[in-house]
Write a protein that binds this ligand. Structure first.
Ligand code: UFG
Length: 326
């Protein structure tokens, strides 16, 4: 069985949908940001905190867990600056408790959700796994700290792990049954689509004076199901023993500016957005575009979703969500 921590959250719930096709799954989630409606009913669900040794011990005693995937983290960059303790407690301290308890139960296979925020403001056009990590906020720091902890534990114990550094996760499962919903929502694509559905009066573009072609920030958007499939390849490599430790970027390798994303959303929805130019948002790097050559080469991962397909699946989900709410 595979333990998916944070399996009621946005990326974790999409992970479960793919994983459950081939594996038995236990989900641990405290529902602080995840949703009950996102939990796959074929999985065993345990409501609780990953920072609780008692909860972890009861799961590890009751189920035969072959590997752990860890998606449960606080992930708002701005909040991490004003409340760093929350990030170090939720993202570092809880993960230490998890790893400590896993190793005590001889569970030694681990897949960790890391982030592009570990790179900070990169000095290269295309980020590779060799690019220097230099986070500029506590969120990125907290993820990098866990990466360092994993490296040390990997040297000292029989822990086998894969670190996956996500770029901008977006989109929803093709069926439209689950999708992205944060409160507050801070991510660009859901904000634009909510606006195009009439839930917001306007959208703001944060900064139009960046050193990019159209002056707005450039990001590398990656579909959640592509992300999930990368995790499955990483899991299979750990279970088969063909990988002991690895770190991979998960991205499309293509950069789109905020303006281009707005235009693509307008094209998919067939509506014009009411756009306001605003000040820069603190802590936004101008450009974050990466290469996923390493995971392609080593595990055969390929992405299937273009930006247009990513936004189409998100649009389908947001329309479904609106109907449920009405
Ligand atoms: N943006 C706007 N208007 C909005 C929302 C966002 O212009 O209303 C811009 C942002 O300034 C940024 C781009 O759209 O330039 C993308 O913003 P998101 O908030 O969607 O995503 P980020 O790139 O800020 O964040 C993502 C992940 C984080 C991770 C970060 C790494 O969501 O978890 O990449 O830098 F930490």
């Amino acid at each position: 069985m595979i333990l998916v921590i944070g399996g009621a959250g946005y990326i974790g719930s999409h992970m479960v949908k793919e994983l459950i096709k081939s594996k038995e799954v236990v989900i641990l989630d405290n529902l602080s940001t995840g949703h009950r409606w996102a939990i796959d009913e074929r999985a065993v669900f345990v409501e609780g905190d990953l920072g609780s040794p008692e909860v972890l011990k009861s799961i590890f005693s009751e189920y035969s867990i072959d590997a752990v995937m860890h998606f449960a983290a606080s992930s708002l960059v701005g909040e991490s600056v004003t409340n760093p303790m929350k990030y170090y407690m939720n993202n570092v301290s809880s993960t230490l408790t998890l790893l400590n308890t896993m190793l005590a139960f001889n569970i030694n296979k681990f897949i960790f959700s890391s982030t592009a925020a570990t790179y900070g403001i990169p000095d290269v056009d295309i980020i590779t796994e060799e690019t220097v990590t230099n986070p500029i906020n506590p969120y990125g720091q907290s993820k990098l700290m866990v990466e360092h902890i994993l490296s040390d534990l990997g040297n000292a114990t029989d822990l086998k792990y894969v670190v996956l550094r996500y770029f901008n996760a977006a989109g929803a499962i093709e069926s439209g049954e689950i999708g992205e919903e944060h409160d507050p929502e801070t991510h660009l694509i859901p904000i634009i689509l909510q606006h195009l559905l009439g839930k917001r009066k306007q959208i703001s573009i944060f900064g139009s004076d960046y050193d990019t072609e159209d002056g707005t920030c450039i990001r590398d958007y990656i579909h959640v199901t592509d992300l999930a499939n990368a995790h499955i390849l990483a899991l299979e490599a750990l279970l088969a023993g063909t990988k002991d430790t690895a770190t991979y970027n998960l991205c499309n390798g293509l950069g789109y500016s905020v303006k281009e994303v707005v235009e693509m959303c307008e094209k998919v929805a067939g509506k014009k957005a009411n756009v306001v130019m605003s000040e820069r948002r603190a802590g936004d790097p101008a450009r974050l575009v990466a290469s996923s050559d390493k995971i392609h080469r080593e595990l055969g991962w390929k992405t299937e979703y273009s930006l247009e397909k990513i936004i189409s699946t998100a649009w389908k989900w947001h329309q479904t969500r609106l109907k449920i709410e009405q």
